[in-house]
Design a protein around this ligand. Structure first.
Ligand SMILES: Nc1nc2c([nH]c(=O)n2[C@H]2C[C@H](O)[C@@H](COP(=O)(O)OP(=O)(O)OP(=O)(O)O)O2)c(=O)[nH]1
Ligand SMILES: [Mg+2]
Length: 140
């Protein structure tokens, strides 16, 4: 019997949503469950037949009740946690309409780029944040 197992692999579309004040939207994961209580950029699993852009647009409407425009890709991160592998494809997005609501998370807030280090993110996010610091809000 082969008892070696590979961790599940999640393919995720992730949004860095900018508003007109050059702030970014972050959300806090619910306290229970995987990476509970950590902050993240909103997003979720890419469904079969869906492009990453379509996934991001859909997830943001479902999770936050807002409309965005999905723009340029910032970075793609492949990260392996102890029991989980994730591929995060991160796009710059522009807020268009609606007040973000914590429909599937604990909390949401707009923050400036230089405030991001005051929040605890999953390990994979340090590369995203480093890339954001390089392009700043110019990447939108
Ligand atoms: N949305 C998002 N997910 C992230 C970030 N960083 C990071 O490691 N992840 C991980 C956490 C999750 O395991 C996975 C996102 O998958 P998901 O949103 O579909 O899954 P989940 O764990 O929230 O819950 P579920 O839908 O499977 O029940 O990617 C991030 O910045 N944003
Ligand atoms: Mg999620």
């Amino acid at each position: 019997m082969n008892t070696i197992t590979t961790p599940p692999h999640k393919i995720i579309g992730v949004a860095v949503i900018w508003n007109d004040q050059q702030q970014i939207l972050i959300d806090r994961r619910r306290p229970e469950g995987v990476m509970g209580g950590l902050w993240e950029f909103p997003g979720g699993k890419i469904e079969p037949g869906e492009t990453v852009e379509e996934c991001i647009q859909r997830e943001i409407e479902e999770e936050l009740g807002i409309l965005i425009e999905v723009g340029e890709r910032l970075i793609t991160i492949d990260h392996t946690y102890t029991h989980l592998r994730v591929t995060l494809t991160v796009h710059h997005c522009r807020w268009l309409q609606g007040i973000p609501q914590p429909l599937e998370c604990a909390e949401v807030r707009w923050v400036n780029l230089d405030e991001l280090d005051q929040f605890t993110f999953p390990e994979a996010n340090s590369e995203i944040i480093a890339a954001l610091r390089v392009v700043g809000s110019g990447g939108r």
